[in-house]
Write a protein that binds this ligand. Structure first.
Ligand code: NAD
Length: 337
């Protein structure tokens, strides 16, 4: 039976890289029934709403979406549609794998999965200015909230992910030496959950600044990393950089009732419509999606073909130093399946 999946092609290069990905999945034999829905600028043009109810309804039904990058319309509406989607479905775990595949980079042997808490921390949007005397903006404050509930579920997700994917170690990243309450609670919950997995997954703790340094000196020693929202945001771009940049990095946003898979890069307005965008990140996001849907073997086959083309580095797109179009690159990956 075909698996229903919501497809949001997105804006800018989104439609071309998602179409390339669908072509690859079909060639690989994935049996998916795509329910195409709009969001972002495409949706504003069509129905004057950046996040139409029909799109939310579709994700509620299928519980799984593959999404191209979205341009947040300047002016009115949501601050970010991506954040609105995360909130609507309580997508608490952001999972960003970064693996060395391209030859000739500064690092090789990197194979890190960063699990970022996606709903709490400093990103809850509770901020205000403090007026002193006549200065309305004399001070500003931002509130970071860590709950036991939120910390527990992200640590549990990271450890369960490690077991399910044959990973050996989870590194808990924190700043509990300074932020003793919010980061302290995150670490306390991490230690408690780690104890449940003792003997099955190794655990280590790293203060975020030391972790950042070690990631650019000895990245190969890291396996799974779990961090709060802000630290995870920063470190996940760092790990993307270690393996060749955002064009190669997929991201999964996972909740209990839905999951959304996407490339982490944006709509690339400078190259939109030229047929030269790199579809790798969406292709790898689709592999994460297949894995999530219990089709791990198919996901591995597709990933193997993508990695083969990248390793050869002959038919690659302009951002990777090649001259292939999106279509030529996709053909090369399909030929490797
Ligand atoms: P961007 O990622 O779109 O582009 C940065 C640079 O990387 C550009 O030079 C672009 O050409 C290049 N690039 C990005 N993806 C590429 C690909 N697949 N192949 C080849 N080159 C690629 O970042 P930006 O310019 O800061 O943002 C543009 C728009 O995207 C904004 O409206 C922003 O809000 C949106 N955005 C959306 C998401 C998302 O939906 N997940 C994420 C980031 C930015």
């Amino acid at each position: 039976m075909s698996i229903p999946v919501t497809l949001i092609p997105g804006d800018g290069i989104g439609p071309s890289i998602t179409e390339a990905t669908i072509r690859l999945l079909e060639a690989a034999g994935a049996d998916i029934e795509w329910d195409r829905q709009l969001a972002g600028t495409a949706a504003v043009h069509a129905v004057n709403d950046p996040l139409p109810a029909a799109t939310l309804e579709s994700i509620r039904r299928t519980k799984v979406a593959l999404k191209g990058p979205l341009e947040t319309a300047v002016g009115k509406g949501f601050r970010s549609i991506n954040v609105a989607l995360r909130k609507a479905f309580d997508l608490y775990a952001n999972v960003r794998p970064a693996k060395s595949v391209l030859p000739g980079l500064r690092f090789d042997g990197v194979d890190i999965v960063l699990v970022r808490e996606n709903t709490e921390g400093l990103y809850i949007g509770v901020e205000n200015y403090v007026k002193i005397g006549t200065d309305e903006h004399a001070a500003a404050q931002s509130v970071a909230v860590v709950t036991r509930f939120g910390a527990e579920r992200i640590h549990r997700y990271a450890f369960e992910y490690a077991i399910a994917h044959g990973r050996k170690k989870v590194t808990i990243v924190h700043k509990a030496n300074i932020l003793k309450y919010s980061q302290g609670l995150f670490l306390e919950e991490g230690r408690r959950i780690a104890a449940e997995f003792a003997g099955r997954v190794q655990v280590e703790e790293r203060i975020v600044d030391a972790c950042a340094m070690e990631l650019v000196m000895r990245p190969e020693r890291y396996d799974v990393i779990v961090a709060t929202n802000l630290f995870g945001d920063i470190l996940s771009d760092l790990t993307s950089g270690l393996v060749g940049g955002l064009g190669l990095t997929p991201g999964a946003n996972i909740g209990n009732d839905a999951a959304i898979f996407e490339a982490v890069h944006g709509t690339a307005p400078d190259i939109a419509g030229k047929g030269i965008a790199n579809p790798t990140a969406v292709m790898l996001a689709a592999c994460q999606m297949l894995d999530h849907l219990g089709q791990g073997t198919l996901a591995e086959q597709i990933k193997f073909a993508v990695e083969g083309v990248l390793r050869a580095r002959q038919i690659v797109t302009g951002d990777l130093g090649g001259s292939a179009t999106t279509e030529q690159y996709t053909d090369a990956v399909i030929a490797r399946l």
